[in-house]
Design a protein around this ligand. Structure first.
Ligand SMILES: Nc1ncnc2c1ncn2[C@@H]1O[C@H](COP(=O)(O)OP(=O)(O)O)[C@@H](O)[C@H]1O
Ligand code: SF4
Ligand SMILES: [Mg+2]
Length: 450
């Protein structure tokens, strides 16, 4: 394995993650996750694997904070642990300071780990209740043979002060501390071995909002003082906005958008990012507070949708090339297909459904004929037949289902790269598409969407 970093190595990058995958066997047992086939190599990956992280690329520059945001279950914690090789990756590489972590094991890996620390969400369970704060902070130093007893105690007390605690707290047990204070103890412990990178997995999610800001401010001060680089995970966009320099948005095991913070918040180019942003409550009382626009559940990572993983919930999914429906008729058709998928109504007369789902615009021509067929099936309670038409002739024909999107678009704010995994961006993609496979099968120019 290479020791000199990945292709297109960025000299500023502290961490480079390439095509990283982490799949879990969904069943236990010796041969769980393995399927036998009659073709070479005779075994294949099981269809029941949980594809928690499924092909992720990003860099983190020295001294920056990369925020990672996404709904619960999208793979953030698995990604964090796989990056640090606390979990063995299924595929892909992680380069830290130019060295391929996969090529390290034993003592060299242990030494590298000193430079990459992690802070977890739950400050309650991550501190051993039987240990006093002093030894907790000193533990990593001890493990790495740093300093003598006296030196470690002095450093622990100094770090307690740096993280905003009292050096007197050295002799207290964790239960004597509030959640915010416990997270400060965790910070001191992570800092004790003088790391370059700290991976923070929802470090403030369990804290009250007022305490969150204080801990985030401390983390920013420590970053400047100790030249730290952070990978900072949160599901809360306001926390991400507070702390990040750049932001990666994750959905179902993939990164769907990555850009500088201002660019991402002011010029989001992925419908999922927009939905997340629209779901942030707006303080203006006249707006009444906006709520999430996304309907439907997140699909299972065991069998994620083909093409764009967001397509089963996306409000912008692109109509197949074979049709020329008005945009509103296509949107109605998509909403109808999703309602059929969820069996949202009972079998009934086509006219009732036409007026409920297509009153303002109904597909005509070939699309209209197919819709009539589907409506006929529903009237006869033949749901599977109706669904087959709606899925195979419409949904599965969309470029959103047939090709994985990966584009780089122009940044309007700031000069960093802006990655957006959405086919709506293919006509504005700068240079060539990031993923060549996505280029040949694009849709017609989609209607302006913004
Ligand atoms: N050890 C495991 N075995 C099987 N599935 C797992 C395991 N850990 C996580 N998962 C699954 O992987 C997906 C991603 O989980 P996780 O990384 O914890 O997401 P997040 O941190 O974004 O909430 C989820 O579907 C979760 O159920
Ligand atoms: S590729 Fe299609 S489904 Fe995916 S986000 Fe873009 S428009 Fe939506
Ligand atoms: Mg998590």
């Amino acid at each position: 394995m290479s020791e000199v970093g990945p292709p297109e190595s960025d000299p500023d990058a502290l961490l480079q993650v390439r095509n990283l995958e982490k799949h879990f066997d969904n069943e236990s047992g010796l041969l769980a996750g393995v399927e036998f086939t009659d073709e070479f190599p005779y075994v294949s990956q099981s269809a029941s694997d949980v594809r928690a992280v499924d092909g992720v690329d990003f860099d983190i520059k020295e001294g920056e904070t990369l925020g990672l945001v996404g709904e619960s279950g999208c793979g953030k914690s698995t990604l964090a642990r796989t990056v640090l090789r606390l979990l063995e990756p299924t595929a892909g590489s992680v380069y830290f300071q130019g060295a391929d972590l996969a090529s390290l094991s034993g003592e060299p890996l242990r030494r590298k780990r000193k430079d990459m620390q992690m802070i977890f969400q739950d400050p309650q369970s991550s501190l051993d209740p039987r240990m006093k704060v002093g030894p907790i902070v000193e533990e990593p130093m001890k493990a790495h043979g740093m300093l003598d007893d006296e030196g470690r105690e002095a450093r622990a007390k100094e770090l307690l002060t740096k993280v905003g605690l009292d050096p007197q707290h050295y002799n207290r047990y964790p239960h004597a501390f509030s959640g915010g204070q416990r997270q400060r103890v965790n910070l001191a412990r992570a800092l004790s071995v003088n790391p370059d990178l700290i991976v923070c997995d929802e470090p403030v999610s369990a804290l009250d909002v007022s305490i969150q800001a204080q801990v985030l401010n401390t983390m920013e001060e420590l970053q400047a003082e100790f030249d730290l680089t952070y990978l900072f995970i949160a599901h809360d966009l306001s926390v991400i906005r507070h702390i990040s320099d750049r932001v990666a948005v994750m959905y179902l095991g993939n990164i769907v958008e990555l850009a500088e913070k201002e660019e991402l918040f002011e010029n989001p180019r992925h419908p999922y990012t927009r939905a997340l942003l629209d779901a942030i409550p707006v303080p203006d009382p006249r707006s009444g507070g906006r709520t999430a626009l996304l309907s439907g559940d997140v699909p299972s990572p065991i069998d994620p949708p083909s093409g764009c993983r967001f397509r089963t919930r996306c409000p912008k999914v692109i109509q197949p090339e074979a049709y020329d429906m008005r945009d509103d008729a296509w949107r109605n058709l998509v909403a109808f297909q999703r309602a059929v998928d969820r069996r949202e109504f009972e079998a009934t007369d086509p006219d009732v459904l036409r007026s409920r789902y297509f009153e303002d615009a109904i597909p005509s021509g070939d699309a209209g004929t197919l819709l009539d067929e589907a409506l006929g099936h529903i009237e006869r309670d033949e749901w599977d037949d109706a669904e087959r038409i709606l899925v195979e002739r419409f949904v599965d024909e969309s470029v959103c289902a047939t090709a994985e999107p990966a584009y780089e678009v122009e940044s309007v704010l700031g000069d960093d790269r802006h990655y957006a995994a959405c086919h709506l961006r293919r006509n504005e993609a700068v240079a060539s598409a990031v993923d060549e496979a996505a280029t040949p099968v694009g849709p017609k120019t989609p209607e302006a969407d913004d």
